[in-house]
Design a protein around this ligand. Structure first.
Ligand code: PEP
Ligand code: MG
Length: 841
């Protein structure tokens, strides 16, 4: 698995601890015991990591609070986790922010995996040095796998001596540990590749996926741990791009659960790769214009409309626990129905509202609200407090992009409070060409607006990656954020120029400026219209060589987006993505229905379907695999299909039933030899015969292994076409894991070695009159397109958003120019040198 290491810890968990088994924890040093809530760090104070007690130390040696095994000794030696006999995992974290000391002042007396007895020395520390360099010496001692344990009899607000009883940890629920009764605990380590980290949408998708498994799944980051079924807990981890995390799954389907979650994170979840700069509130410009941060591009001229939603007041005291609980659950149901109904408007909105639905279902949020209702509070007060607690945590995170996600929670706070008050959602009436001014626009407010009347958006606060900003961009509405409080002083009805591209907002612009802006808006509209018109045309080079520009798809929605963006067909349908979350293999009819829907969305355009590309590094929950030492080199792609020919035959029949033969092409991933292709063709021929399909259906080969590229002339004798998977071809030719963040800078498919393999592929294909395409990442790389064409590639398939640009670049190049460039690229010594080449040279 790219960037992922799987460690199976058979027998690491204690064998089936009986429910009710208690372990007494002894104070690990002399000190003053205090409630966790007094620890000046929300991670501990709000029990995000678990329940327990804190001790302000007077001693300088941390000793074992009970018998057990050291399961984690932090590299900076400031924290240690011990597993007690009843399975409780006890973290002792010496001081706050002490990880930053990098081990200075700490001495470990134990090693990971070591068994210890109560009172054994674990870590010594230099109390004076810590007192000077750490934010606080207070040491939280808590149970990190708290789901199945309760903490009882804790000593708090007392002086305590080392070895005295501090608290008792009792095992109450057999669920998580009974699940672990198989003795299996799967850990997968990986690096978060998402540009904006694990924010609301990815968190909701991960939580949704985790709910499909029986295994308990947690995501660990440093010393923090989040229940993977809770989107809010996942967000609170504050995971940003590049963060190292561990997925920890325990239970019968732990392996599949860990693999599925790791795979989803590693897939990047369709997030952009470049993160925009975080905003700071902009000072007014010298010419009196207001400055803001671009959240969605474009220019607008229109009238100011201020959005000032009224404060929603709630009673603090409830009218009985049962009544308030009923009110809350009814309000949540109303909001869910509203969200589901609104999601139909556009794909971006659907993804955002899906995340909101995930938050509404969040078990931790619900538990917090229920607990407050249980204390006699009203449903509204309980919901508001639960949300505001999480908002405070998100806002306190160091990453402003994650802090922006607080707006999603506030949005849900308002919606649920409105529903509790019986308020109907009323769409805001806007004049034509309205420029909406607000403190911070919430996604639901934007979703409820008549977009045809909205010319622009400006927010006093907010961030460029907020959901409102993403929605505005998807609706083609220019938007500015972080304009500062002066924005809200602009009177309703004032004429405004909103120039998002230059980050400025001008109130009452002079006539000349107004005319300039009107001209600029008209020119842009025309340029966009022309680009859109050309995007739908077939692609040719300047001298008339036909180059097919297609899109890679993973769903019906992708197909709709791709056609609108000008895709001439689908160059790669990743069928494994269609059924990723399934617990059982999809039936032939289910598959046929999805393939048919995609073929129909493509309206007759060619559709290349790739047979299942699952295997060690792309697991499918419904097809468990025997563990492999090296999954990237194990059972994957066509090897899985030939290992389970029944699944392949079902899939081929479904493809043939769902897609008209004239539109259908089939291709096989990870081919390394002709024999594999022959076996697949035999199964395909049988399927055609069974279904009485006389028309030939082209069967192509994905060139992803150096073996296939080098023997392309042999494969081309029997393959109907080639499609180069540059992601895997690069991985296998450079011997670099495609998901390894540390190698990312060197992992470039324009490496001359990869280009030589591509040249060999196209040459081999030519000898038999076969067409060569590229469907890996290089297929949507505008800089690579001329080189690929020069090497003999005639079809490119990739991201829909790149189609218009690819077509316009190719239309301005001749084949001769491309060939000259390709020759230079083949002779280059590095990918960097290739990237410096210019088609005009
Ligand atoms: C590739 O390897 O380039 C490819 C297109 O396949 P995937 O990325 O799905 O492995
Ligand atoms: Mg591949």
């Amino acid at each position: 698995m790219p960037g992922v290491r799987t460690v199976e810890q058979s027998g690491a968990a204690p064998a089936n601890p009986a429910s009710g088994q208690s372990v007494v924890l002894l104070a690990p040093f002399d000190g003053w015991a205090a409630p966790l809530s007094e620890v000046p760090d929300p991670v501990f104070a709000e029990r995000m990591m678990g329940d327990g007690v804190a001790i302000d130390p007077l001693g300088s040696v941390l000793t074992a609070p009970c018998d057990g095994e050291i399961i984690l000794l932090h590299a900076a030696l400031h924290a240690v986790t011990l597993r007690a006999g009843n399975g409780a995992e006890i973290l002792m974290h010496i001081g706050l922010d002490t990880v930053a000391l990098g081990g200075r002042g700490f001495t470990a007396h134990v090693a990971q995996g070591q068994k210890v007895k109560a009172g054994d020395k674990l870590i010594s520390f230099d109390l004076d040095q810590l007192a000077q360099s750490a934010r606080s010496l207070v040491t939280p001692i808590l149970v990190t796998n708290g789901d199945g344990f309760v903490v009882e009899g804790r000593k708090e607000n007392v002086r305590i001596g080392r070895g005295q009883e501090l608290m008792t940890v009792r095992h109450v629920s057999s669920a998580p540990l009974a699940a672990a009764g198989t003795g299996r605990e799967i850990r997968r380590e990986l690096v978060v590749p998402l540009a904006h980290g694990i924010h609301a949408r990815p968190a909701a998708r991960l939580a949704g996926l985790a709910k499909n498994f029986t295994a308990e799944v947690a995501i660990l980051s440093g010393e923090m741990r989040a229940n993977a079924r809770s989107p809010v807990a996942l967000m609170k981890l504050g995971l940003t791009k590049g963060a190292r995390v561990t997925i920890l799954a325990t239970g019968p389907d732990a392996e599949q659960a860990a693999a599925a979650l790791a795979d989803l994170i590693e897939s990047g979840m369709g997030e952009e790769t470049a993160a925009p700069a975080a905003p700071t509130i902009q000072a007014p410009l010298r010419d009196g214009a207001l400055a803001g941060v671009r959240a969605a591009p474009g220019i607008a001229l229109g009238v100011a409309v201020r959005l000032m939603p009224p404060e929603i007041c709630v009673e603090e005291q409830g009218q009985g626990v049962a009544h308030e609980a009923r009110c809350l659950s009814a309000a949540l149901a109303v909001v869910k129905t509203n969200l589901e109904a609104a999601a139909g408007k556009n794909a971006t909105l659907a993804a955002i509202l899906d995340a909101h639905l995930g938050i509404l279902d969040d078990p931790e949020l619900a538990a917090e609200a229920e607990a407050r209702i249980g204390q006699g509070k009203s449903a509204g007060h309980a919901w508001r407090s639960a949300i505001q607690n999480q908002v405070a945590v998100l806002k306190a995170l160091k990453d402003p992009r994650l802090a922006e996600r607080a707006a999603d929670l506030i949005d849900l706070e308002r919606q649920v409070l409105s529903a509790l008050g019986g308020a109907e959602a009323v769409a805001m009436a806007l004049p034509p060409n309205a420029i909406l001014l607000a403190q911070d626009i919430l996604p639901s407010q934007l979703a409820g607006i008549d977009a045809s009347r909205l010319a622009g958006l400006a927010m006093a606060e907010g961030g460029p990656t907020s959901h409102a900003a993403i929605l505005a961009a998807s609706m083609n509405i220019p938007a500015l954020v972080a304009c500062g409080p002066a924005l809200l002083d602009i009177p309703d009805g004032a004429m405004i120029v909103l120039d998002a591209d230059h980050g400025r907002l001008i109130v009452d612009p002079p006539q000349l400026v107004r005319e300039d802006i009107e001209r600029a808006i008209a020119n842009r509209r025309e340029a966009r219209r022309a680009a859109q018109a050309n995007a739908q045309a077939l692609c040719h080079t300047k001298d008339g060589v036909r180059i097919e520009i297609c899109a890679n798809l993973g769903s019906v929605e992708d197909a709709v987006t791709a056609v609108a963006a000008g895709a001439e067909g689908c160059g790669l349908l990743r069928t494994e993505f269609l059924f990723l979350d399934r617990q059982s293999a999809p039936s032939e009819t289910e598959q046929a229905d999805v393939y048919r829907a995609i073929a129909e969305a493509l309206a007759g355009r060619p559709l290349i379907v790739r047979t299942l590309d699952i295997g060690g590094d792309k697991p499918a929950a419904y097809l468990p695999f025997p563990p492999e030492e090296n999954p990237a080199l194990g059972l994957r792609g066509v090897r899985v299909s030939l290992w389970r020919p029944d699944l392949l035959a079902t899939q081929l029949r479904a493809i043939l039933r769902g897609i008209p033969a004239t539109q259908c092409r089939i291709m096989v991933p990870m081919i390394a030899s002709l024999d594999e292709l022959r076996q697949v063709r035999r199964i395909l021929d049988d399927a055609r015969a069974e279904l009485g399909i006389a028309d030939p259906v082209p069967l192509g080969v994905m060139i992803e292994t150096p073996a296939a590229a080098i023997t392309a002339d042999i494969l081309a004798a029997e393959a109907d076409f080639f499609s180069i998977g540059t992601n895997d071809l690069t991985q296998y030719s450079l011997a670099m894991d495609r998901g390894n963040a540390r190698l990312a800078a060197q992992f470039d498919a324009l490496h001359p070695a990869v280009l030589r393999l591509i040249a060999a592929t196209a040459k081999g294909a030519d000898q038999h009159g076969r067409r060569t395409g590229v469907c890996g990442g290089l297929g949507s790389d505008v800089a690579a397109a001329p080189i690929l064409i020069g090497l003999g590639v005639r079809s490119l398939s990739g991201t829909a958003s790149q189609i218009a640009e690819l077509k316009s670049v190719i239309a301005n190049l001749t084949l001769e120019q491309c060939r000259r460039l390709a020759d230079k690229a083949l002779a280059a010594t590095s990918a960097r040198q290739v990237r410096e080449l210019n088609p005009g040279d």
